[in-house]
Design a protein around this ligand. Structure first.
Ligand SMILES: Cc1ncc(COP(=O)(O)O)c(C=O)c1O
Length: 394
């Protein structure tokens, strides 16, 4: 009856099942919803913008209203990136942007190259489009950075299996490792993509949460015209900590003829959905301005929680946390031995603490735990203390 694009019900992992039957309140260090994270910046003025005049009319442009695309362009300009509004297309979220780009680039059965470790939702987004993922390794020994040669290796593997590669995804900065692509690697990747006829998709939702760029790190892959077609993704969910408003965007770039055709075809896809509401588009300039303050407050919290985590784990030399390069999460590396899932189950049973085991993010080996740095400082301090206590009991 049902398509293979959706999983059969009841396929939850052990941690989800244990959580469902836990029976006691938990301290959730996997929470990444900023609307429930006790943000100190009052959202009322941002939400009031949604009631501005004009929201009652419906005169859609499939790419998004010109005023909203200009607001995205201004957002990039403030970050030193020239982004012509004609190269911007609005979506309801970056997840939707992935869906539209996969529809644009890939036929069912085609391959998309994705990094490992990285953001777990990519599996579901690909499954929904009937597309297969082939992973390329981010080398741990180089801070989990993108290496064009490893992307080429993954493309070769897909080719050897007779599959067409439609795109390579970069998560830049990566979730949960926080590391970015360098200019040299991006140029290498762009040449590879142009030679082999695939596009690049750069998920940059954490653009405003970069703490430790290396010289030469690329912040916006679609800022400059390169050899390949490239799409940078962003959105209000992270840039303004307003995921509930459902507005994201795609910034496209590439060789002129290819770019023009891509934008035309994307507009056709967007026209079939028209999924972004008028009030949020009209409010976008004000929402992005408000978002600067929200993101600033969040950056302070992320830094502070990261320091608390280091301090809590400082007595455990076998537990290491990489410096906070970017993003909202931290990966704690532990010695191999006790399996990640067992550690996560033990933390839940003994400390009422929820963390993600590293395999959710496709870390190449055991053992990693991933924690969100978003919870309120006091909650986070309690969570970090519980984590340290349980790890000491190994
Ligand atoms: C790397 C990455 N991309 C995309 C998203 C989803 O963003 P959106 O709410 O715009 O769909 C997330 C959410 O956590 C993420 O971590």
């Amino acid at each position: 009856m049902f398509s293979r694009r959706t999983p059969a019900p009841g396929a939850e992992n052990r941690l989800t099942r244990a959580l469902a039957s836990h029976g006691r309140p938990v301290l959730d260090l996997t929470a990444t919803n900023p609307t429930t994270a006790g943000l100190t910046v009052d959202p009322a003025p941002a939400l009031a913008l949604l009631a501005a005049p004009g929201g009652g009319t419906y005169a859609p442009d499939p790419r998004g209203l010109a005023s909203a695309r200009e607001a995205v362009s201004a957002y990039y300009a403030a970050r030193g990136v020239s982004a012509d509004p004609a190269r911007v297309l609005l979506t309801a979220s970056s997840s939707e942007a992935y869906g539209w780009l996969l529809k644009l680039l890939a036929a069912p059965g085609d391959v998309v190259l994705v990094p490992a470790p990285s953001y777990p939702l990519l599996d579901a987004l690909a499954a929904l489009e009937g597309v297969e993922l082939v992973r390329y390794r981010l080398p741990e020994e180089d801070r989990w950075s993108v290496h064009a040669s490893l992307v080429a290796e993954a493309a070769d593997r897909a080719g050897a299996a007779g599959r067409r590669v439609a795109a390579a995804v970069l998560v830049n900065p990566n979730n949960p490792t926080g590391t970015s692509v360098s200019r040299a690697e991006l140029d290498g990747l762009s040449s590879l993509a142009a030679r082999r006829g695939f596009a690049l998709v750069s998920d940059e939702v954490f653009l405003d949460y970069r703490f430790e760029d290396r010289p030469g790190d690329v912040r916006v892959a679609a800022a400059d015209e390169g050899e390949a077609l490239v799409f940078s993704l962003g959105g209000l969910s992270k840039a303004a900590a307003l995921p509930q408003l459902k507005l994201g965007w795609i910034l496209a770039n590439g060789p002129a003829a290819l770019l023009a055709e891509a934008l035309e075809r994307l507009s056709w896809i967007a026209d079939s959905y028209l999924s972004v509401g008028t009030p949020v588009q009209l409010a976008l300039p004000g929402l992005l301005a408000w978002g600067e303050r929200a993101a600033g407050a969040l950056r302070t919290r992320l830094r502070s929680n990261r320091a608390v985590l280091s301090e809590a784990l400082s007595g455990l030399p076998e537990a290491t946390v990489a410096p906070l390069a970017a993003g909202w999460s931290a990966a704690v590396r532990l010695p191999a031995g006790e399996p990640e899932e067992e550690i996560a189950l033990r933390l839940l049973a003994g400390e009422d603490l929820v963390v993600h085991p590293g395999y959710f993010f496709d870390f190449p080996h055991e053992a990693f735990l991933v924690v969100s740095l978003l919870p309120e400082e006091e909650t986070f301090r309690d969570g970090a203390a519980r984590l340290a206590r349980a790890l000491r009991r190994r």
